[in-house]
Design a protein around this ligand. Sequence first.
Ligand SMILES: [Zn+2]
Length: 472
Amino acid sequence: MAQHMAHGWRRYTMLGAALLTMASAVPAQADTADPFTGAPGLNDPYYPMDGNGGYDAKHYDVTIGYAPDTHRLTGSTRVDAVATQALRTLNLDYSGPAVTKVSVNNLPAWFDRADEHELVVTPLLPLLPGLPFTVQVEYAGEVTSTEGEGWVLSPSGSAFVAGEPHSATSWYPLNDTPMDKATFSLHATVPQEWEVVSIGVRTDDAVRDGMRTVGWEMRSPVIGYLTTIAIDRFEFLEQRAADGTPLLSAFAPDATKAREVESRLPEILAFETELYGPYPFESGGGIYVDSELPFSLETQSRPIYAPWTDLNTVVHEIAHQWWGDSMSVKQWSDICLNECFASYTADYLWAERKEGKDVDQEYRDTVAKYHDDPKFWQYALANPGVGDEFTSVYYRGPLFLHALRRTLGDEVFFTAVRDFVTAHKYGNASMPEFRQFLQSRTPHDLTGFLAAWLDRTEPPAAEYLYPGSLHV
Ligand SMILES: [Zn+2]
């Protein structure tokens, strides 16, 4: 995610700040006494009710109908999963329109909605551990704007879904946690003058009886907030990456000027492939919307870009394809793995190698400017706190990684970060794992350096602030 620049460093301006805090009001107790009930949450320290226990989701097959004039959505989602325990009852995360019918393994099931985003499903027959099962959920109703947490609707009739960490529950039921990735396919039907864009590869685009049906498929595992649907009168740009990956980008009517920046996508992919290893997905592109949006978001293979998007934003969101999408956080406190790297790539590495900027000087100037500003240091990079995930990672994250690079030297630093993100391809990683990994790559004791930069809420001591060529 990238936010609109303001006040010298990237400030957290999202409406989401208030909304995110609400989640913390949910009781931390997510375990259950009944051994045959899947846990309604996975005890993430920030969002304890996110995700569910008792099963492993394998694939989501989402079928959507949408009427831009009435905002009416009809949905039918099939969840293919494997039970990891005996289940009399299981939960999906869902906050969308009214549910009309649920079946499990093609037999009718009871269902109930609870709390903010829990769909409680009770199959006719209990599910056995180790066995695959399917849940089919039918739903219909009007969608409304919940900016930052789901749908964004515009007066023109266009609509899209965007939000981190929560947004997918606004349009399909799922196991909404970074810890349960699954493949994803979408079939969407809209009036024929509208287009539908999503993630992955476009598998179908057919018009019949005045209606357009579009298919999209993401064949690499994906997390809920990294999926999206966007409905608009899009124009398209087709390109190809240097490695042959097909790139399909979409522009809303008032976003066509973004073609210029998006035309540099092959160059950006080549730059980041050299840094972090082969591009992890079989397709790429971007979705340029023209509605007000305070953030751009790294939806998998095809980010969503707000109208203020510039080259820096695209470099940032594309870096997330490695840092956040292919390799994802384990818990939301690990957010620096996503944002510190995406920001460092765009703000420092691109600036240095493509634009010839003196990034050591940039670093020293930034440190000098904010050294005595307590607000700049107030959120710990390794655990910024619930609702404050998208703060210091943007403006202090790049400083941390630059100081780390000057501590380790270029060869050790770049090899280590590429090896780390490659080792966790299509999986998850945590900040503690990253720290251990870094230490394994150098005889130099990093304990003090990492504690000063990641755990403290004050400027690091001079020895950690000015390593290598950074000394003043
Ligand atoms: Zn980001």
